[in-house]
Design a protein around this ligand. Structure first.
Ligand code: BMA
Length: 824
């Protein structure tokens, strides 16, 4: 197989206005036109709407190329496009060679007969996606009126990431272009197709079955295929004669098992397949990386209903993590560096899972390689979300091909935990007003699509991975999809339903795969998309960078429940992040306390696809919001949590590792000047994979009539040295008599680290450390100062982003604030 890339410079032209530029492929209209200053930054102020207007036009991508000799001389030449977005016609030297209509598919077109050696012209004409959805005529009796919040109606009539048409956190920027690699592939007698890799675990051995299909003619008999499996201490190989399908099963006798983050290592095995004419003449090679593990969902019956738990190598784990959305609305800007950074941030916050949400895209191979290496289980939705689909024959063929492509591509990954049919559509049909008014035909289409066509297509390519029809679901057939006792749940009464954070305590879901709370991004981020006159949360620009209806008001409503009115815009942003952190912490800690009944919490959402107010814990620029720092603690393998019911205080310990641990817990009641008025120390052992209540005490006599002046501090020190501190107050923060803190800060440099010591003279909740211009990831942030000793925080120098890591500059740039400073 000889490959010739067609990536590189292409001419990209607006077919209505004639405006054009030379852009880099993989690339899109928006990425290229922004780079060439034809479009202004669509993320700045309200530029989104100007760029959206331009997507009503058709665009042409063209380039000339010569075919390299090594390619041209081959019997077969194929044009392979790994991502075309979306409705397009490929024209090669004046011949229409393919019509394409799905950005999630790989297109492979045989094209030798239209190619010449030199000066070939390839043109791809893309129709405006906006025009396309507007022109769609639904089948008779299948008219659809439902449109999800923030998105352009009709987005389901095109196989393109739904959220490119907007979402309740994302802009309406339906881009166009060649968004993944494009190349020529040439071969003579034989071409290797994608392999299937299956593993069977039996009695300490793992059977790894490799099946490789080939496209071949009668000359294939002159070729052989070498298949090998290897890691540090394993190396096996076979050589077999080439054929249309060849299969070999390796037996790995002492398998090193792959574990998700927090339970063990992530050893990987490389499977290499070589097609060759002789030992020296290799014609084609493919490598796959796998991890040996069993991974599925267990749904055993129990006293509450049916459990819903990821089970890895026979161990049921508590799933911790968040929902992932595309990292940029302009897809070529989703770089490998960004994927690496984001998955690192997931690990640093002790996630073991990410859910790839169904309104976006199927990420690149690189992304799944990272998740294999880092131990992040992937809950993989198929790309269907919050929509009603008109199931036609053409649509069916298109999505089956899409399922084949993506399941084939991803099935072997160690990280792949499940395939899920869609986001929220079963629940919507059953329980949301907007769906129920539609025809029975469309309702029947739902069942055909997600409970027959999709799982059948998926299982043809992957019969090992668990399939779940929808998220949330109780297993399908519109049978109580939102039940708390079976399957997963999306819980939105806190936030969309305006219920208080305490409401989480009343729900014992089996697995909460979505729940969320919004915040504003940091002021540094807000400054990138606003001018000074926009610095008010109800300004046009701030509202335009808030895609959930009237939600800035919702943040304010929740803020009024807990905090005093912030003194300025910047304080408003800060407090919104504290609020968000506290909301999600309340949910996660409650569900972890009830481990066994609940076996997973994935909050909505990890990241953003532009700078915006949203449910994310990391903003568009990669800045950690307060929630992400809090997640690092509430998802830690060991944790101690406080549950307060009026004056009653309960303390729980959580251990999400495979080993039991001893812990010492000290619970102090303190005044704001750090005087301890009551103290209790306990020692206990917490079993592996469990949560226990270790303390239950009524503080009424101790705090009555002093509630505004006291707080509770709980410090748990585990046998392995890990320490966690929790605090609790007996009134909403707005009613506490907090004192103005004086900050004593000392920064020092120690080899590759910066150490910051912070002390205050009074109880200082939610202390934030930041730099004026630089960005950094701190070992902890938004923490409470609860003693004269203060806190010692470190920063690895590698985690400082910016021009300098000079200690003097860091000293000048460091800022501190805590709750008190937000309202006075
Ligand atoms: C969930 C998600 C998204 C949405 C979020 C917030 O249901 O699946 O569709 O962005 O709610 O409303």
């Amino acid at each position: 197989m000889t490959k010739q890339t067609l990536n590189g410079d292409w001419k990209i032209e607006n077919m209505q206005s004639g405006i054009f530029c030379i852009g880099t492929v993989p690339g899109t209209v928006i990425s290229a036109f922004c780079e060439n200053n034809i479009f202004e930054d669509p993320y700045f102020r309200t530029n989104e709407y100007i760029v959206r207007e331009a997507m009503k036009d058709n665009y042409k991508f063209t380039r000339y190329f010569d075919v390299e000799e090594a390619c041209f001389e081959k019997k077969h030449i194929e044009l392979v496009c790994y991502g075309l977005d979306t409705i397009g016609t490929i024209i090669l030297n004046g011949h229409n060679i393919k019509k394409v209509n799905n950005m999630h598919r790989t297109w492979r077109v045989s094209c030798k007969k239209h190619l010449k050696k030199n000066n070939n012209l390839i043109e791809i004409i893309f129709k405006s996606p906006i025009k396309h959805i507007q022109e769609y005529q639904p089948s008779k009796g299948k008219e659809i009126s439902f449109v999800s919040s923030g998105v352009m109606g009709g987005n389901q009539y095109i196989r393109k990431a739904h959220s490119m048409f907007g979402w309740d956190w994302g802009p309406q920027l339906p881009d166009i272009g060649i968004w993944r690699d494009i190349e020529l592939q040439a071969y003579n007698d034989i071409r290797m197709c994608d392999a299937f890799i299956k593993q069977i675990h039996d009695d300490q051995k793992v059977y790894v079955k490799v099946t490789v299909p080939f496209l071949c003619d009668e000359n294939a008999k002159h070729y052989e295929v070498k298949i090998s499996i290897e890691n540090h201490d394993e190396h096996q190989q076979v050589v077999l004669p080439a054929n249309e399908t060849i299969t070999h099963t390796f037996i790995v006798k002492n398998p090193k098992l792959w574990w998700p983050n927090g339970y063990g290592d992530q050893p990987l095995y490389k499977i290499s397949i070589q097609c060759r004419k002789s030992q020296e003449e290799i014609v084609e090679e493919k490598d796959y990386t796998i991890g040996l593990r069993t991974l599925t969902i267990k749904q055993d019956k129990d006293k509450w209903g049916n459990e819903f738990a990821f089970c890895v190598n026979g161990i049921k784990i508590f799933t911790k993590g968040a929902n992932y959305i595309p990292e940029d609305s302009i897809y070529p800007h989703i770089t490998t560096q960004k994927l690496d950074y984001l998955t690192d941030c997931a690990i640093r916050a002790n996630y073991n899972c990410l859910r790839i949400w169904g309104g976006g895209y199927y990420p690149s191979d690189y992304f799944y390689d990272l998740c294999d290496r880092k131990g992040l289980i992937i809950w993989q939705d198929f790309m269907f979300a919050c929509n009603i689909y008109d199931l036609t024959k053409e649509f069916e063929e298109n999505i089956v091909a899409e399922v084949y492509d993506n399941v084939q591509r991803l099935h072997h990954h160690a990280c792949l935990g499940m395939w899920c049919g869609n986001n929220e559509i079963e629940s919507a049909w059953e329980n949301w007003g907007g769906f129920k008014d539609h025809s029975k035909k469309l309702r029947a289409d739902y069942i055909k699509l997600f409970e027959y066509i999709l799982p059948k297509a998926m299982q043809q390519k992957d019969d090992m991975t668990f399939y779940w029809p929808s998220s949330p679901s109780s297993g399908g057939s519109f049978d109580k999809p939102d039940s708390s006792d079976i399957g997963d749940v999306h819980y939105w009464e806190v936030w969309h339903g305006l219920k208080p954070f305490s409401e989480f305590q009343n729900h014992y879901f089996r697995f909460c795969s979505e729940f969320g709370f919004q915040s504003f991004p940091a002021f540094k981020t807000v400054k990138t998309y606003t001018s000074k006159e926009d610095w008010n949360i109800f300004s046009k620009v701030m509202e335009s960078h808030q895609k959930n209806d009237a939600a800035n008001g919702k943040i304010l409503y929740y803020l009024s429940e807990l905090f005093l009115y912030p003194k300025d815009f910047d304080s408003m942003l800060y407090i919104s992040q504290i609020l968000q952190g506290l909301a999600i912490k309340a949910g996660v800690e409650h569900w972890r306390n009830n481990r066994g009944r609940c076996m997973g919490a994935l909050y909505w959402q990890m990241n953003d696809n532009w700078p915006v107010a949203s449910w994310s814990s990391i903003d568009y620029y990669g800045r950690w919001k307060a929630l992400h720092y809090m997640a690092k603690k509430f998802y830690a393998p060991f944790n101690a949590t406080i549950v307060r019911k009026h004056y009653n205080i309960m303390v729980y310990l959580q251990n999400e590792t495979l080993h039991m641990q001893d812990a010492t817990i000290t619970i102090n009641l303190k005044t704001f000047d750090f005087h301890t008025t009551y103290s209790k120390t306990l020692k206990c052992t917490v079993d592996s994979l469990s949560a226990i209540q270790i303390y239950n005490f009524n503080y009424e006599d101790l705090v009555k009539e002093k509630e505004e002046q006291v707080f509770l501090e709980c410090i748990a020190t585990f046998e392995n040295g890990y320490q966690i501190k929790q605090t609790e107050v007996f009134l909403p923060y707005k009613h506490l008599h907090l004192q103005k803190p004086d900050y004593f800060v000392n920064i020092q440099e120690f080899n590759e680290e910066i150490i910051i010591e912070v002390k205050t003279n009074t109880y200082a909740p939610f202390l934030e450390l930041d730099f004026i211009n630089l960005d950094a990831i701190f070992s902890d942030n938004y923490f409470d100062i609860t003693s004269e000793e203060g806190a010692k925080i470190s920063i690895a120098k590698a985690d400082i982003k910016g021009n300098t890591k000079d200690i003097e500059q860091l000293k000048q740039e460091l800022t501190t604030r805590s709750l008190y400073d937000s309202f006075i």
